[in-house]
Design a protein around this ligand. Structure first.
Ligand code: C2E
Ligand code: MG
Ligand code: MG
Length: 578
């Protein structure tokens, strides 16, 4: 054990040396200096296991001595030597973080040695605790707390020196998939390797931290501008895109990076992290595996998001949402085949807000869960209202969002609503988007099976816009494919769209699914689809979405079988004209 004794009283120093010799203590190497300055110098040259520090030195006294030693070397334990007279003071000095104090030299050498050993022990556990408080145990890189402290220091330095700091917020794009398919151990290995690669792609002095989960942050100092940050972001993307080898398997993942630059973007630390986080989401939305700089317009977007989020919450509570129903028409029997329930929000000040604007916010904020629940209940109430007046009814479809579908008990919730409202499950169809089902096909299959068990019909909305895996499509218990309106719009004009529409219809036929063409606006589009064998259509050509009272005449038409929906309400189709 290497000991540095800082003591100007030579008698005291000799006493310690002599008693160590007397007790034949051989594992202690005693180094002696007499001034603070020499002590600081010595600490800069070599490592000591413990410093024994007198508080009355020629070039300093009291707290000053402790401060000077701690500033020179923070990780070495310090034992203060106090005279009988300043014992109270020595006690108060323990609060400065020194490990112990000894009253000179009242104990035996053994007591002194024990005190020294304990001091070393205490320092070690203190350092360990500090480490745990500052580092992520899995990846052994700094944690969020430490990162924030460093960020604070870095921005202060940048302010002083007129330089820039870049903050990266990284999120792995496919971490959940790795975790779910290869297991948590594999996920852990991936995170460790990810931390390693990140550490290797930055310069010494820059910091990589794990903020939690699969989120990492990088702090770059001394930048001249955004270009520097861009270069490093690119190299990080490249390094991460290299295949990982985990449990003997090759895994490829990508990452999305949000970048904010201080002092360009904003001033306080929490805003910086938030800005980088927002930019990261943008990078993800732009197709992942890329980076995005934070901009003020993102900030404005965020404010708008929060405003809408708040207003949706209020609108749910005050029941300001309504439903409209758009007819689906059977092109063969020319009768009303079903209805699609669509949300409407008439905002007291801002007028009608499109579902395309508020549904994404409701999804992201989670409000879609109570809202979707309200939709299903309202559809059931409407069906009951129609039936109570003796009207025939048709199945009504309800759009379901990812957030709803991903609830483990979603099928139970659906079954519960149907049961409480006394509505036959065959009268309800759930529309799920293709994208949602393709994201995690294995669990989607299970969820669909459970939903199917409740007796509802299932259709895939906006079909053709996602990346369908046909293998899965065959295994999904679905009833209907809805051809996305973008293909329907172009089908009679664009060769590509026409080919896609034909392919979807023939695929549906081979899987024995019905097809519904969405968004038919013109007779040309209608005849194109009829010729290709599409069976059901929906679109402005047949009617705008209607409120539940306006739907009544269409239901009444179903009573008179002979006249039928088509003759009474439909515009004459190309087929009929012949
Ligand atoms: P979607 O489910 O694909 O609904 C069809 C959309 O196309 C509706 O827009 C409808 O009004 C519109 N549309 C119908 N015929 C035509 C046409 O001939 N031409 C054109 N250009 N458009 C037509 P809407 O009502 O604005 O809804 C937009 C989207 O919002 C829906 O797309 C659906 O994804 C979502 N949405 C609406 N209501 C709900 C709901 O209750 N829950 C959930 N989760 N999503 C909903
Ligand atoms: Mg739909
Ligand atoms: Mg659709």
């Amino acid at each position: 054990m290497k000991l540095l004794l800082v003591e100007d009283n030579l008698e005291d120093a000799d006493f310690l040396a002599a008693s160590l010799r007397r007790h034949k203590v051989s594992d202690v190497e005693l180094n002696h200096v007499t001034t603070l300055r020499d002590a600081v110098h010595q600490l800069s040259l070599e490592r000591f296991d413990v410093v024994l520090l007198d508080l009355h030195l020629p070039d300093g006294s009291g707290l000053e001595c402790v401060d000077a030693i701690q500033a020179a070397e923070a990780t070495t334990p310090v034992v203060v030597l106090s005279g009988q007279d300043d014992e109270d003071f020595a006690l108060s000095i323990l609060n400065k973080g020194v490990q112990d104090y000894l009253v000179k030299w009242e104990g035996e050498t053994r007591t002194i040695l024990r005190a020294i050993r304990y001091a070393v022990e205490r320092k070690r556990s203190e350092l360990r605790l500090n480490y745990l408080a500052q580092y992520d145990p899995l990846t052994e890189i700094p944690n969020r707390q430490y990162f924030q402290e460093q960020l604070e220091r870095a921005t202060a330095r940048a302010r002083r020196e007129g330089r820039k700091v870049a903050l990266f917020f990284l999120d792995l794009d496919q971490f959940k998939v790795v975790n779910d398919t290869l297991g948590h151990d594999a996920g852990d290995s991936l995170l460790r390797e990810m931390a390693d690669r990140l550490r290797r792609s930055i310069r010494a002095g820059d910091i990589v931290a794990r903020l939690g989960g699969d989120e990492f942050a990088v702090l770059l100092e001394g930048l001249t501008g955004a270009l520097d940050a861009e270069t490093i972001a690119r190299s990080i993307l490249d390094v991460i895109a290299e295949p990982f080898h985990i449990n003997g398997r090759e895994v490829t993942v990508t990452t999305s990076i949000g970048i904010t630059i201080y002092p360009n973007d904003n001033s306080d630390i929490s805003t910086l992290l938030k800005n980088a986080d927002i930019a990261m989401y943008q990078a993800k939305e732009n197709g992942r595996n890329n980076f995005k700089f934070f901009t003020e317009s993102m900030h404005a977007e965020l404010l708008e998001y929060h405003r809408l989020e708040q207003e949706i919450r209020e609108a749910i509570n005050s029941e300001l949402f309504t439903l409209v129903y758009q007819p689906k028409v059977n092109l063969i029997t020319r009768k009303l085949e079903g209805l699609e329930a669509l949300l409407r929000w008439n905002h007291p000040e801002r007028g009608a807000i499109s579902p395309n604007d508020f549904i994404p916010v409701a999804e992201q904020s989670g409000h879609i869960i109570p809202l979707g629940n309200w939709v299903l209940n309202e559809v059931c109430r409407t069906l009951n209202r129609w039936q109570a007046t003796g009207l025939p009814v048709v199945p009504v479809s309800v759009n379901v969002s990812a957030r709803q579908f991903q609830q483990a008990d979603f099928h139970k919730r659906v079954a519960g609503v149907l049961q409480r409202q006394g509505v036959d499950a065959s009268l309800v169809e759930l529309e799920l988007t293709e994208r949602l089902l393709m994201e995690d096909t294995a669990s989607a299959q299970d969820c669909l099976q459970q939903l199917k068990g409740t007796g509802v019909r299932i259709s895939i909305d906006d079909f053709g816009t996602g990346h369908s895996c046909l293998n899965y499509l065959r295994r999904f218990p679905i009833d209907v494919l809805k051809i996305d309106k973008s293909f329907v719009h172009d089908a009679d004009q664009s060769e590509d769209a026409a080919i896609i529409v034909e392919a979807i219809i023939s695929l549906a036929r081979s899987l024995q699914l019905a097809t519904v063409a969405e968004g038919i606006e013109t007779r040309e589009q209608l005849s194109f689809l009829v010729e290709r064998g599409c069976t059901v259509a929906q679109g402005f050509l047949f009617g705008q979405p209607l409120n539940h009272n306006e739907v009544v005449p269409f239901l009444e038409d179903l009573i008179d079988d002979a006249a039928g929906f088509a003759t009474a309400r439909l515009p004459g189709s190309a087929q009929r004209a012949s």
